[in-house]
Design a protein around this ligand. Structure first.
Ligand code: CA
Length: 231
């Protein structure tokens, strides 16, 4: 298997060392950038597979950096934030980050998140051929062409909004989607978290009734939701 290169953008030396050691012990190649400017250079020179980004950088706002990178690159971005405020995570996710860790985090947690990101990216590549006509996850199957969702080969009867919500989550499987993102995807514009919660509740009930053993949709309190790959 190809060695994955991870670009770590972090200005704190102690955390840099901690992350570098953990990555190297787990057979990743790591490149460290101590500033936003340095990270843009490294991104071009090394073409890394994953970005680990601390939001609090000395020379640049982390969210601005994500916006800049997203204008030309789809590289998976895992955000690390010292700040507890949900708003920073939400802004980073809305700017195109894939996932987040809040400091202090455990190295095991960080490695687990990196594995999820890498797995998702490789799944995306496999699905390119079929143009993702079908989505499969555990007992769940979505047939996008037919506009139907199934659990254990039994169709689950969803309202149009529930079905849209399920599809948006499935198409971004593994990614945390913010309330704002989901509302936009479902209603075009407007931000109605209350309605979103209602649809999420009824959608989940229908899924859980058909498959009580798996939790397909994770809640990130105050942030949003994520479809997780179940085994
Ligand atoms: Ca920092």
């Amino acid at each position: 298997m190809k060695t994955m290169t991870i670009l770590v953008i972090e200005d704190d030396k102690a955390i840099q060392n901690l992350i570098r050691t953990a990555l190297e012990l787990n057979d990743y190649k790591s490149i460290i950038a101590g500033s936003g400017e340095a990270s843009l250079q490294s991104l071009l020179s090394y073409n890394p597979d994953v970005l680990l980004l601390d939001l609090g950088l000395p020379d640049m706002d982390g969210v601005n950096l994500i916006q800049k990178i997203r204008s030309w690159s789809n590289i998976p971005i895992l955000v690390i934030s010292a700040r507890q405020e949900d708003q920073d995570k939400i802004s980073a996710l809305d700017a195109g980050a894939d996932d987040y860790l809040t400091k202090p985090f455990s190295v095991d947690e960080m490695l687990a998140r990196i594995r999820v990101i890498i797995r998702r990216v490789s799944l995306d590549h496999q699905q390119v051929d079929q143009k993702a006509r079908l989505y499969e996850n555990g007992k769940m199957l979505i047939d996008y062409a037919a506009g139907c969702a199934y659990i254990d080969q039994q169709e689950i009867h969803l309202t149009p909004n529930e079905y849209k919500l399920l599809c948006v989550l499935a198409k971004n499987s593994g990614k945390v989607l913010t309330h704002n993102y989901l509302c936009n995807a479902i209603w075009g514009n407007g931000y109605d978290v209350t309605s979103l919660r209602v649809f999420m509740t009824t959608l989940r009930k229908k899924i859980e009734k058909a498959d009580p053993d798996h939790h397909y949709i994770q809640t990130h309190i105050g942030v949003g939701y994520r479809m997780v790959q179940v085994s």
